[in-house]
Design a protein around this ligand. Structure first.
Ligand code: ATP
Ligand code: MG
Length: 671
């Protein structure tokens, strides 16, 4: 592939700081990878002198692969390609002594931070979830703005005074726990480099050239880190697009783009104008949409990939039907056009929207991969309940047994477990069988023995009921979850009631999922054993594929899709309240949502389909959402809305498409 003249200029210019400012798909990331190769091949740089920073782990992985392909693995040794946070962690790890930290620190995620804040405030204040969230975000913002607790305490007014006190305590406790939160990963190295000239010099020598992708999403402390790392020599290239700035909620400052020019007067700016990713029509729609936002920088973007087909808008009856229709579309195209599953991406605003799509893909046996957001089956609560189900269908499943024998707690401790284990070994039977061996009572304490007995009875009783067809087995599972008081256990063991509620919602979802399989109306009802195996297989497959992007439909949030591209894209949930998100509507922050829509649209290479639901369940009630305002901002000549005829004929169409899928599936099976 030939670089165009502007790209070549950006790649070969190493005389001073460089900013590449250009729209989506114009080859900014490409410039970064080519430039790394150029530095190693033609300039006096070794791979280990170079660091490249991207925004997500996935993007870092992809970038590394691209460079490996160009330079070969060997030549890439020591090259740092990572996210800001990983780079920060790297610096912290090597500088624990200067930082006055004990080695072996732990990292706190948002949930941990919330739990700590709750513990700190519990005695004196009666705080609710939204207060805690506000506290977390205030503290995060202060950290991103590099303001220490002391500085905040000195200047805080009104409500902020209380938050400042909490910030100070929170920070003290983190230190006592030898723990860091997410924002510390940037803040600590930044402060360290700022205050210790010797350390700063060491790192400036270590990282002789710095490249930053998605520069528009850096926040103040990240920008300071960049400044400190590049120092006076200012050997760096940053690339970005102000129209794709979508992280203001994490303190990202698109104005950092302008700031760069002030801080580095010798900055060279290169603009790229050709988009090599998308068909012209897709690009036109993206450009027209984003024109509704005010602009600081003038940018043009054209494509000569051909005009392409119209963008489409598809309606689902409800959210389930929306997911079914997307999957039907994929199945149909794959059959008719011989496309690959891996060519499809389903993009949504929030992770909670993914569930229905996962379900529909699984039901149709379509491989998929979910990026970011935790996949359903890796959640602890799902693993717990799955372990119960596995034990019901296979009492000899020792792993399942071990997971749940004392969960929820029933007083069967490690000593008892050891004894049961020894007995099982001795008799060469499974743990569950060992629990039924005469003589176990002499090995365990009386309470532990009784607990084991009632556990065995519970499993046997439920397994008998669950082996009956349809309704009966569904009830058996429902009764089991109630009987073990799993919900109460979640509330006891979760960091917050909100977390417990969310986990219980997942459990209910799994329950609904299994029930549907057990009492399928079209004679396809599965036995519990079949259902459990199907789910397990799905789980194993998805784990196996965690690292490799095989031929799988990609599921991710719009935020996570930044920088990526796919031949066929579905932007789902195109409704007021979802995109733009309700909280942004309330806060009047539509511009950021529009940029998010722009990011989504510009991921598509050949085909783009928007979907939405006519009805959606939300907090227990059914709402009838309005189509997203962004759909109306597109040039309507280029958008084909699915005709919204009367409901009856609409449903007829649904049925027809459902029976079409069944037919297609049968044909594919024969393939
Ligand atoms: N000169 C070129 N000739 C042909 N294809 C190119 C050229 N430059 C880039 N491309 C291709 O265009 C696509 C988009 O490039 P890239 O991902 O680098 O764009 P980007 O500006 O980083 O986009 P985004 O803003 O979405 O991150 C990639 O498939 C890339 O390989
Ligand atoms: Mg990019």
């Amino acid at each position: 592939m030939q670089l165009n003249p502007r790209q070549r200029e950006a790649v070969t210019y190493i005389g001073g700081p460089l900013l590449v400012l250009a729209g989506a798909g114009s080859g900014k990331t490409r410039v970064i990878t080519e430039k790394i190769a150029h530095l190693v091949r033609h300039c006096d740089y070794r791979a280990k002198d170079i660091a490249a920073v991207t925004f997500t782990n996935k993007a870092a992985r992809e970038m590394k692969e691209r460079i490996h392909k160009t330079l070969g693995r060997q030549a890439c040794r020591g090259l740092r390609v990572s996210t800001f946070h990983t780079l920060g962690l790297d610096i912290i790890r090597r500088e624990t002594a200067t930082l006055g930290m004990k080695p072996g620190f732990s990292l706190f995620d948002d949930q941990d931070s919330m739990a700590l804040l709750k513990a700190l405030t519990d005695d004196e204040l009666d705080v609710d979830k939204s207060w805690l969230k506000l506290a977390v975000s205030k503290i995060s913002n202060w950290k991103n703005d590099m303001r220490s607790p002391d500085a905040v305490l000195a200047s805080a007014e009104g409500d902020d005074q209380l938050f400042a006190v909490v910030y100070e305590q929170y920070q003290r406790h983190l230190k006592a726990y030898n723990a860091l939160d997410f924002d510390d990963l940037i803040l600590l190295p930044t402060v360290l480099l700022r205050d210790h000239p010797a350390v700063r010099e060491r790192w400036q020598k270590r990282i002789r050239y710095l490249l930053v992708d998605e520069y528009q999403d850096t926040n103040t402390s990240q920008y300071q880190l960049v400044r400190l790392l590049v120092g006076e020599r200012a050997r760096f290239t940053v690339v970005g697009d102000d129209d794709q700035s979508i992280y203001s909620w994490r303190g990202a400052q698109p104005k950092n783009l302008a700031l760069l020019q002030d801080d580095f007067p010798q900055l060279r700016v290169v603009k790229l104008e050709q988009n090599y990713r998308s068909m012209e029509r897709i690009l036109k729609c993206a450009n027209i949409l984003i024109d509704n936002n005010p602009h600081v920088f003038e940018k043009r973007l054209f494509s000569d990939m051909g005009y392409g087909e119209p963008l489409r808008v598809i309606f689902g009856r409800n959210e389930e039907n929306e997911a079914e229709r997307v999957v039907a579309e994929i199945v149909r195209e794959r059959f008719l056009e011989k496309t690959r599953y891996g060519d499809y991406a389903i993009l949504y605003r929030g992770n909670h929207q993914a569930r229905g799509f996962e379900k529909s893909l699984i039901n149709n046996r379509i491989p998929y991969k979910m990026t970011g957001g935790q996949s359903f089956f890796s959640r602890a609560e799902i693993k717990d309940i799955m372990a119960y189900l596995r034990l019901l269908v296979n009492p000899d499943d020792d792993n399942a047994f071990l997971r749940i024998i004392n969960l929820p707690r029933r007083g069967i401790g490690p000593t008892s477990m050891e004894r049961i284990g020894e007995l099982a070994n001795q008799e060469r039977v499974s743990l569950f069988s060992a629990c039924q061996i005469h003589g176990l009572n002499t090995l365990l304490s009386a309470p532990a023995f009784h607990a084991v007995q009632s556990f065995v009875e519970l499993i046997q009783r439920t397994a008998r009921k669950a082996a009956e067809p349809g309704e009966q087995s569904v009830h058996a599972i429902r009764d089991l979850i109630k009987f073990i008081q799993y919900e109460e256990w979640l509330f006891e063991s979760s960091p917050s009631p909100a977390a417990a509620e969310m986990r219980m919602k997942n459990v209910n979802e799994l329950y609904r999922w299994v029930s549907d399989m057990l009492k399928d109306d079209d004679d396809e009802a599965l036995s519990l054993e079949q259902a459990v195996n199907k789910l397990m297989l799905r789980d194993m497959l998805s784990r196996q594929d965690e690292e490799d992007d095989g031929d799988q439909v990609q599921l991710m949030t719009l935020h996570a899709s930044k920088g990526l591209e796919f031949p066929y894209v579905f932007m789902v949930g195109m409704e007021e309240g979802l995109l733009p998100h309700q909280s942004s509507i309330d806060e009047g922050n539509i511009e950021e949502e529009r940029r998010l829509a722009y990011v989504g649209i510009t991921r598509a290479q050949q085909r783009l389909i928007f979907t939405l639901a006519r009805e959606r369940r939300q907090y227990g009630e059914t709402i009838r959402p309005e189509p997203s305002r962004f759909l109306f901002e597109l040039p309507q000549d280029d958008v084909k809305w699915e005709d919204s005829q009367t409901k009856v004929s609409h449903e007829e169409k649904q049925q027809r498409s459902a029976s079409n899928i069944a037919a297609l599936r049968n044909m594919l099976k024969k393939d």
